[in-house]
Design a protein around this ligand. Structure first.
Ligand code: GDP
Length: 197
């Protein structure tokens, strides 16, 4: 029997510019990597449906611009989200520090049960790594987040990142549709994208 039901989950991807947020979304949605990807202005939106057990999970992904001048927009997107991916660049210690600030903000102002996933991106550049994986794992454990090192460039662990999130988004009570940024889906919908490719 085909997969015909599932959840619709709003997901927010967060961090300052340059860590590879848009590249991760682009790799996940369109299996494409663009070396000259243009910076996000404001926010961009993409969707992708993935199988999760016997169900389908449709992600509605907001990729918000990381620049300081757009920071105030981020709460508009993460407040209604079931999950958030916070990205850092494994070759930039500063980005790991900033990640902690985003996590703090999410904990203070985000939905109570938001699923948090940390992506240590650019793991293809591990020869110039500044952030040990051990640090990321310890930190993720301390805040109850999923953690994985990814490479949007080489398509490493991108599917796994979103599969891990899918598994953690709680099944919905049909009488409480949408209360955690997730909605019951009646049938599979196609994937669409914007910005890259
Ligand atoms: P954003 O500002 O966080 O959305 O980051 P972008 O997706 O625009 O990427 C910033 C830069 O990092 C671009 O030059 C990308 O080509 C590069 N980049 C993104 N992901 C990777 C990766 O996994 N490996 C490498 N080596 N470069 C990456």
């Amino acid at each position: 029997m085909g997969k015909s039901e599932g959840n619709l989950a709003l997901l927010q991807i967060l961090q300052d510019t340059g860590v590879g947020k848009s590249s991760i979304v682009c790799r996940f949605v369109q299996d494409h990597f663009d070396h000259n990807i243009s910076p996000t202005i404001g926010a961009s939106f993409m969707t992708k449906t993935v199988p999760c057990g016997n169900e389908l999970h449709k992600f509605l992904i907001w990729d918000t611009a990381g620049q300081e001048r757009f920071h105030s927009l981020a709460p508009m997107y993460y407040r209604g989200s079931a999950a958030a991916v916070i990205v850092y660049d494994i070759t930039k210690q500063d980005s790991f520090h900033t990640l902690k600030k985003w996590v703090k903000e999410l904990k203070e102002h985000g939905p109570e049960n938001i699923v948090m996933a940390i992506a240590g991106n650019k793991c293809d550049l591990s020869d110039i790594r500044e952030v040990p994986i051990k640090d990321a794992k310890e930190y993720a454990e301390s805040i109850g987040a999923i953690v994985v090192e990814t490479s949007a460039k080489n398509a490493v662990n991108i599917e796994e990142l979103f599969q891990g999130i899918s598994r953690q988004i709680p099944p919905l009570d049909p009488h409480e549709n949408g209360n955690n940024g997730a909605i019951k889906l009646g049938k599979q919908t196609s994937q669409t994208g914007r910005r890259c490719c």
